[in-house]
Design a protein around this ligand. Structure first.
Ligand SMILES: [Zn+2]
Length: 667
């Protein structure tokens, strides 16, 4: 629920890609390139053109990238681990998921008690207690409730009440009036009806009028969307910090019993909490008051169905896939059962599966190399901040102090999560999933009152991704990303600086992007900038927002320069730091020209080739509306256009498409 500032969209898992295929001398993928275009006119096409032509999107994906290539090979490794895991916890969880006949036999029986309890609600005064039941059953509706470090007291965990309760990917899906949005809402409504119809059929009842039910759901969700904060506002941590007492919260919505909710939801006793979106909570009170009890019941029943679809019989899973993946994102086919079950095991028992994955695949020497590179990139950042003439000495000192406090985590946790209390039974996939979710919920809730555990990881080890945590002020690189094409022991140094070097620089820069800069070295939300320096930062950042806002990933759609600002700033800063590290390395020892490319050219090509990808138009649209990361194409060219070093490396001229007239630079 709270966002990690990470490197890529999805937590994708990694493959054991060492030595896959024939390799060039430099480690670059020469067969991916399209040398018929000039690197100065379209560097993305030059680096990735042939790859994009030769790698159509597989039927069970909505996008296909170098990340996905690794993820697929990795899934196969995890499948191997799970199939021979026998009578172990992960082996039994996976086997229960694969046992489709047992899932069909159980039918909708597992959700029947939840549904009938909702049906029996006699008045809205019972709603708070009902929301506790649903939360504990892993059903999210009306709002989100979770525990995380206090933004202004980063060594302490605090309860958070936040907006939520929508079935579409963003509030804007309910509010936009263009033809495409109207049609998507019609399709969503048809999906709600289809799910209710499946439920009635499974229960052998005629059920209520599905059309009226869908209307009731849309009414509540549209009202929730109207009082929800937009994604750009939510990127400002000051706008989501409103600590208050439980008594003050109770005054926001007199008709909803927050005191009862907080006292019984399963957290230790608290006097205060963070209400991330107070206007939403106020609006929620009004929505509950103005919606009929029958309408609220229908809305809650919908969310039971919606959040259970993946563990119900195939007809429910297929209907859910049809809307959420096929219609919304353009995926043509449901992935095979085994892939869905490997991913489900990773979500439910991720560190147990990850532990086996690390044992089987992780080469410790890549950890040493990563540590060395982190050291080099941090030292470049020290130089960079030290030389930032646009900052006054006072702010610069604070920035350097924050940089000194950044901690690194590489590979996998020192201490693995203990899942021994989670009961896993073959033949009871619904129950197994529920108990794993309960375990995770309990683990999260019980953090209150304990010191923040900075050694905990927000990603599982096989994940091909990395992240920066503002409240912990640490950078985290799972084992998954310390592999080709990000880090390849056989590749030229310059290619690795353009790969894992940029990843490290990107995460480090997040500590100083438009969001990260608002936190200090201790991870506290505190303004350590002089007004003039903050203004200078914002002017520099505006340039990046404007640049990316001009990119169009699908017909009639532009990227949101403000939504993607933090990631784009991190890409631009990260590239600069990695390039400086390459220059220092070249000063120590000469690197050869390989495959016809200078080390500088290898660096830029290595970087761009990380981003070779194809996406369906539908998924490009969802991504533009919801994803803080720009698509691969714009991550590649958005950065090189700003770098005089790129222009020099490829001898580009003023006026070339890859040479910005007024280059942007934050860090
Ligand atoms: Zn990032």
């Amino acid at each position: 629920m709270y966002t990690l500032r990470c490197f890529a969209l999805a937590a994708l898992a990694l493959a054991f890609a060492r030595g896959a295929g024939a390799q060039s001398a430099s480690g670059l993928d020469l067969k991916a390139m399209d040398t018929s275009v000039s690197p100065c006119q379209n560097f993305y096409q030059y680096a990735c053109g042939a790859w994009r032509r030769n790698n159509p999107i597989p039927a069970d994906q909505s996008r296909w990238s170098r990340f996905n290539e690794l993820a697929e090979r990795n899934l196969a490794i995890e499948r191997g681990i799970l199939e021979k895991a026998g009578d172990s916890q992960i082996g039994n969880f996976y086997a229960a998921c694969m046992d489709e006949p047992a899932i069909e036999r159980q039918g909708v029986e597992p959700i029947a008690p939840l549904l009938s309890h909702i049906g029996a609600l006699a008045s809205k005064t019972e709603l708070a207690a009902e929301m506790v039941r649903l939360q504990q059953a892993g059903v999210r509706a009306l709002f989100n409730f979770y525990v995380r470090p206090d933004d202004k007291k980063s060594d302490t965990e605090i309860a958070n009440l936040d907006q939520g309760g929508l079935g579409l990917p963003d509030r804007d899906y309910y509010l936009k009036t263009d033809a495409r949005s109207v049609e998507l809402r019609r399709q969503y409504s048809a999906h709600i009806q289809a799910m209710f119809a499946l439920l009635s059929k499974a229960q052998g009842e005629s059920g209520a009028d599905p059309e009226a039910a869908a209307r009731a759901v849309m009414d509540v969700e549209t009202a929730l969307a109207k009082v929800s904060m937009d994604r750009v506002s939510r990127r400002d941590p000051d706008k989501t910090y409103h600590k208050m007492t439980v008594a003050q919260l109770a005054q926001l919505t007199p008709d909803f019993d927050w005191k009862l909710y907080i006292a019984t939801v399963g957290i230790p006793p608290v006097e205060s909490l963070n209400v991330a979106a107070p206007d939403f909570v106020k609006g929620l009170g009004a929505i509950v008051s103005s919606t009929s009890l029958a309408g609220l019941k229908t809305y809650l029943r919908w969310h039971v169905l919606n959040s259970s679809a993946a563990v119900l019989p195939r007809a429910f899973e297929e209907e859910s896939f049809n809307f959420n993946e096929h219609i919304l994102r353009g995926t043509r086919e449901m992935p095979p059962r085994w892939k869905r079950c490997v991913r489900a095991t990773d979500r439910a028992l991720g560190e147990a599966l990850g532990q086996e994955f690390v044992r089987e695949t992780f080469n410790g020497s890549s950890k040493e190399k990563a540590l060395q590179l982190v050291g080099e990139i941090e030292s470049e950042m020290r130089n960079d901040i030290g030389a930032a003439s646009w900052m006054t000495p006072a702010t610069r000192e604070q920035a350097l102090a924050k940089l000194r406090q950044v901690a690194n985590k590489i590979g996998y946790p020192d201490k693995w999560r203990d899942y021994s209390s989670v009961k896993v039974v073959r033949g009871d996939y619904f129950g197994d999933s529920l108990r794993a979710r309960e375990f995770e919920l309990h683990r999260n809730f019980q953090k209150i009152g304990k010191p923040v555990d900075k050694s905990e990881w927000g990603m599982t080890p096989p994940t091909v991704n990395a992240y920066y945590s503002p409240s912990m002020n640490n950078i985290n690189f799972p084992a998954g990303i310390l592999q080709p094409p990000f880090y390849n022991a056989q590749a030229a140094d310059a290619v690795n600086y353009g790969g894992i070097g940029v990843v490290i620089g990107h995460e480090l820069t997040h500590g100083f992007d438009d969001e990260g800069r608002k936190f200090d070295g201790e991870g506290n939300l505190r303004d350590w900038w002089t007004a003039a320096d903050a203004k200078a930062f914002e002017t520099r950042a505006d340039c990046i927002a404007k640049e990316y806002g001009g990119f169009s990933p699908a017909p009639g759609v532009n990227l949101n320069g403000r939504l993607t600002l933090g990631e784009n700033a991190a890409d631009n800063g990260g590239m600069h730091l990695a390039y400086m590290a390459l220059m220092d390395s070249l000063a120590r020892h000469v690197l050869p020209k390989q495959d016809g490319f200078t080390p500088q050219q290898q660096f830029f090509l290595g970087f761009a080739q990380i981003w070779c990808e194809n996406a369906t138009e539908q998924s490009a649209r969802v991504s533009a509306a919801t994803n803080p990361h720009s698509p691969g194409e714009f991550r590649a060219i958005g950065v090189v256009r700003n770098m005089p070093e790129f222009r020099e490396a490829f001898a580009c001229k003023s006026g070339d498409a890859m040479v910005a007239a007024d280059p942007c630079r934050v860090w």
